[in-house]
Design a protein around this ligand. Sequence first.
Ligand SMILES: C[S@@+](CC[C@H](N)C(=O)[O-])C[C@H]1O[C@@H](n2cnc3c(N)ncnc32)[C@H](O)[C@@H]1O
Length: 309
Amino acid sequence: MTSEHTPAGPAQTPNGATPDGATLGDAVRAAVQILAEAGVPSPRVDAELLAEHLLGVGLGRLRAMMLGDAPVPEGYAELVAERARRIPLQHITGVAHFRYLQLAVGPGVFIPRPETESVVQLVIDRLEQLVASGVRRPRVVDLGTGSGAIAGSVAHEMPEAEVHAVEFSEFAHAWAAKNLQPLGVSLIRGDLRDALPELNGTVDVVVSNPPYIPAEAIPNEPEVALHDPPEALYGGGTDGMELPTAAAASAARLLVPGGYFVMEHAEVQAAWIVSMLSRTGRWTNISTHLDLNGKERATSAVLAVPPTE
Ligand SMILES: C[S@@+](CC[C@H](N)C(=O)[O-])C[C@H]1O[C@@H](n2cnc3c(N)ncnc32)[C@H](O)[C@@H]1O
């Protein structure tokens, strides 16, 4: 695993500028140029967040300080150099912001993405309906919890829910334990294919953002290709669909009849997932959902209630 805090000299722009400019404003402007030249997708935001991380003053106050003659915080040039080497911002700061949570993250765990926040909203909407209809303590399972982003958000935003989380990777499990323990989530280290057999047929909502990238589709961004763990990315099989298919099978095993399953996937996989769920004959109300960018990034379904004899 790459060391996230390897000492490095200050990064430089081609004209020799460094983020050690005379003032905070100068340094952040130089950092924006350095990060842009390194291909960082959001150089201004990242340059500001790195300064904010060192100063701990909030972005509004930081921007006000940049207008004056505030000094450059110690260590800023080194952090900018790390980010210019395309180490993820969240690995440098140690924090990922996700809905209302600040999750501890670092090497060995998948950094939660904004599109997954929309998947959490689908879970919360369903839980609100369940609670309104009289279910006092709805039970939720998050398969492949990573940092605990989904399970932790559900527990935080819906205290009525009993939340369980499953994670296979030893390293991700350690990050999840740190994030989920204070939120009262029951976390186990296990395989989503056969985890939690004691809950079979008793769960109200199963949610998963499983690995789903096809084996050959290696992501371009160094932050993803080099720093997200491979076991969090590749779904297995040439089409990446082995683990998503297994997650759906486990959801059918865990859910109570009428229970709700929602799973994140790539936009191009939406039709395949709908057809995979339909083929089993076990699901009704199969629906695809758009993320905030209007892309089909999640599919939900309701476990069919068996006909009475
Ligand atoms: C795409 S990441 C999503 C993490 C988190 N749910 C999120 O949305 O940020 C998929 C996660 O599934 C875990 N995983 C992979 N295979 C698994 C398996 N067989 N059983 C349980 N978890 C698994 C990975 O280690 C990784 O943490």
